[in-house]
Write a protein that binds this ligand. Structure first.
Ligand code: G1P
Length: 291
């Protein structure tokens, strides 16, 4: 068996328009909307760093430069705060070192597969993670974030890994759905996958959540720019072509997913994170109890 190569790079597809969150996203990228005390994108970056990722690759679009600015060193801000004797601790996670963050543009909204393909030159010939910041993963206390749990699984089995969770039977058309093989612990062999099947056509209720560890061969498949569900270049279709050629597993992680691309999911993510916060938790609970 060939050696399992470490996952050092993570691709963040962040070019989307966020239409489900309008009007909030009219001039503000959805990834910059605040969840409790930091923008949504910072949770994704924190999770990547927790998993040992060294290279952050943002696939952005027009009007989304604030995502890259956010992770710069706020030089004037920091100098002013230092002069005033103010703590800069709150800024810690929002800084990158030079070269840690690279951004590329997805010039047209042609689908998730296309967004990932836009990062091909930066990914190069090594395995990489993909994190969809909309899927905010909360929990996993003491076991690390969702991506770290996936990297641990990857270090055992190599190949390709998707994060997965059971969804209600009537929700399969919102997800990539796995055709599951044998399950051992939290790992399930993937025999096939299909993007957004109608409930009657779905091979299972095991849905792909927005975390992936992929081998670079997926980029060669994406090169063909074949379109699938919704007329888009789908990552799920490209991944499906790797099955049988390389190991492919779905892993269930110890964390709860909140879909922050949706208003209800966004509010629930705020609630879940605030309730885990020792300062805010009791205030929210008291408020909820009073309702
Ligand atoms: C994307 C993927 C889908 C996956 C989902 C997870 O869909 O195409 O396979 O299940 O993310 O959030 P989207 O939500 O972008 O339509």
């Amino acid at each position: 068996m060939t050696a399992i190569r470490p996952v050092r790079k993570a691709v963040f597809p962040v070019a989307g328009l966020g239409t489900r969150l309008l009007p909030a996203t009219k001039t503000m990228p959805k990834e910059m909307l605040t969840v409790v005390d930091r923008p949504l994108i910072q949770y994704a970056v924190d999770e990547a760093r927790d998993a040992g990722i060294e290279q952050l690759i943002f696939v952005t679009g027009r009007g989304k430069s604030s995502l890259v600015d956010y992770f710069d060193l706020g030089f004037e801000l920091e100098a002013t705060m230092e002069k005033a004797g103010k703590s800069r601790a709150a800024l810690d996670g929002s800084r990158t070192t030079p070269g840690e963050l690279i951004s590329v543009r997805q010039q047209q909204p042609l689908g998730l597969g296309h967004a990932v393909w836009c990062a091909r030159h930066v990914v190069g010939d090594e395995p990489f993670a993909v994190i969809l910041p909309d899927d905010l993963m909360v929990g996993g206390l003491g076991v690390g974030g969702a991506l770290r749990q996936m990297v641990e699984a990857y270090n055992q089995v190599g190949g390709n890994i998707v994060c997965a969770a059971e969804v209600p039977a009537d929700k399969t058309a919102s997800y990539g759905i796995v055709d599951p093989g044998e399950t051992r612990g939290n790992l399930t062999e993937v025999r096939g996958m299909v993007e957004k099947p109608r409930p009657g056509d779905a091979p299972s209720r095991l849905a792909i959540i927005g975390r992936y560890i992929l081998q670079p061969a997926v980029m060669d498949i994406l090169d063909a720019k074949e379109t699938g569900a919704g007329g888009e270049i789908q990552l799920t279709d490209a991944m499906a072509r790797l099955i049988g050629r390389q190991p492919f597993h779905a892993v269930k992680v110890d964390a709860v997913r909140h879909d922050c691309g949706d208003k209800a999911g966004f509010v629930l993510a705020n609630l879940a994170i605030a309730m885990d916060n020792p300062e805010l938790g009791p205030i929210i609970e008291e408020y909820l109890a009073s309702r």
